[in-house]
Write a protein that binds this ligand. Structure first.
Ligand code: ZN
Length: 424
């Protein structure tokens, strides 16, 4: 009986104390740490650039320690005096994807990046670890910061911002910052319209639809000198606010911004959990990286609403691509279980929630036959690989868009769990 009561009491106490834990260690605002992520195909490290104090904190004040475990990198923040873990987040980077390209075999390269934490009251030790594709984790950065150091930069840039959809205070909402890219000063109304379309598109797909009230959308208006987005493979270059480009890693439809440091600098004008960039291009394509940023074309006349929600799912919880092919075929090690919820190598499949969702009568692996068209199973082909990686369903918005209007049940369940975790 005594043991029983101890078990029941301690989690309740922990939950009750969580808000005061924020107040104990953190104050208003964000600490933004600008870094260079450097290395090659098999090694990586971080170099410090500078530390900035921003006005807003858009994240949860309750969910401080990451329990989801997604991402190749993990930021961990320790109170320096007691060495206790006070904040953590997993994330992915464009650097990880570049590591899988042929160039990384022969070249050392760096990408500008930035990590954020709620502004600490006392000295903190900030650590970043990285897992390689075989899931071995090692520390690649460690730095102790005194939050009262007068070298911490107070940014002087000012951007115009506006609410697109507002539902509830930032600490209890999932806040999306929408950034403009490739819109000239006279195209502000077009951007405003595109922001509304973006927010409504995300909230029109399940499970975002059912959780509408947990989301806020705010925009940061940063006009570009020229309209459009650069397309190196077509010898088309534009002078734009964030420097977005198609043809990333020689893949025509892969649109990204190399300078994530710049992206965070602009996003800091509003409280946010996630950053999405709307680019003023008619070309079909985009990109989305877990807890980093998402981007896609707002003026693409074909499938852009589905591209929005597909890239947003990458950004929001690192759902994997369920399709075969593309520039990133070497991203996964087929001998280990990937951390993403919606693909498996069948190495440790039983650890995934997905394994408990399959009907006993469904064969594993599941043949891609018409009779299993609407069945949840384990279908070979996914994560860019034709063999050795499996996906949950024949149809899903993480696979292809033709005639597909929803996420598969595994993606839906994983998204629902993440929405609840971040907005409690
Ligand atoms: Zn799916």
């Amino acid at each position: 009986m005594l043991i029983m009561s101890a078990v029941i009491v301690s989690p309740l106490n922990a939950a009750e104390k969580e808000p005061s834990r924020f107040d104990r260690f953190f104050t208003e605002g964000t600490m933004r740490i600008n870094l260079q992520h450097c290395g090659d195909a098999t090694s990586e490290e971080y170099f410090l650039e500078d530390i900035v104090r921003d006005s807003y904190w858009g994240g949860s004040k309750k969910y401080l320690i990451d329990t989801l475990g997604y991402g190749f990198q993990h930021l961990r923040v320790y109170d320096a005096a007691t060495d206790s873990l006070i904040y953590s987040r997993g994330y992915c980077t464009i650097f990880n994807e570049w590591q899988a390209t042929p160039q990384a075999q022969t070249t050392r390269k760096s990408y500008p990046e930035s990590v954020i934490l709620p502004y600490p009251k006392a000295a903190v030790r900030v650590e970043i670890t990285a897992r390689d594709k075989s899931r071995n984790e090692k520390r690649i950065f460690s730095h102790t910061i005194d939050p009262s150091d007068y070298q911490i930069v107070r940014p002087q840039e000012r951007y115009e911002t506006f609410d697109v959809i507002y539902n509830r205070p930032s600490d209890k909402a999932i806040d999306i910052a929408i950034l403009s890219e490739g819109y000239t000063a006279d195209q502000k109304e077009l951007f405003e319209q595109n922001c509304r379309e973006f927010a409504e598109a995300i909230l029109s797909f399940s499970p975002f639809k059912e959780n509408r009230r947990r989301f806020n959308f705010r925009a940061v208006w940063v006009p570009s000198k020229e309209s459009g987005v650069s397309m190196p493979g077509e010898n088309y270059w534009r002078n734009t606010a964030l420097g977005a480009r198609f043809y990333t890693f020689y893949s025509e439809r892969y649109q990204i911004v190399n300078d994530f440091r710049r992206v965070r600098q602009v996003a800091a004008a509003v409280p946010y959990d996630y950053i999405y960039i709307l680019s003023n291009s008619q070309k079909y394509g985009g990109g989305g990286i877990y807890n980093f940023y998402g981007i896609s074309s707002a003026a693409d006349p074909s499938n852009h609403l589905k591209v929005y929600v597909h890239e947003f799912a990458h950004l929001f919880m690192g759902l994997a691509d369920e399709y075969v092919g593309g520039a990133e075929e070497g991203l996964y090690d087929l001998s280990v279980e990937p951390w993403e919820e919606n693909i498996t190598t069948l190495k440790e499949f039983d650890k995934k929630a997905w394994s408990r969702m399959i009907d006993d009568k469904t064969p594993v692996p599941t043949p891609a036959e018409k009779r299993y068209e609407n069945t949840l199973g384990v279908f070979e082909g996914g994560g860019y690989n034709e063999k050795g990686i499996y996906r949950p369903a024949m149809k899903c918005l993480m696979n292809s868009f033709g005639g597909v209007e929803e996420f598969c049940p595994v993606c839906k369940a994983a998204l629902s769990k993440t929405i609840r975790t971040l907005s409690e």
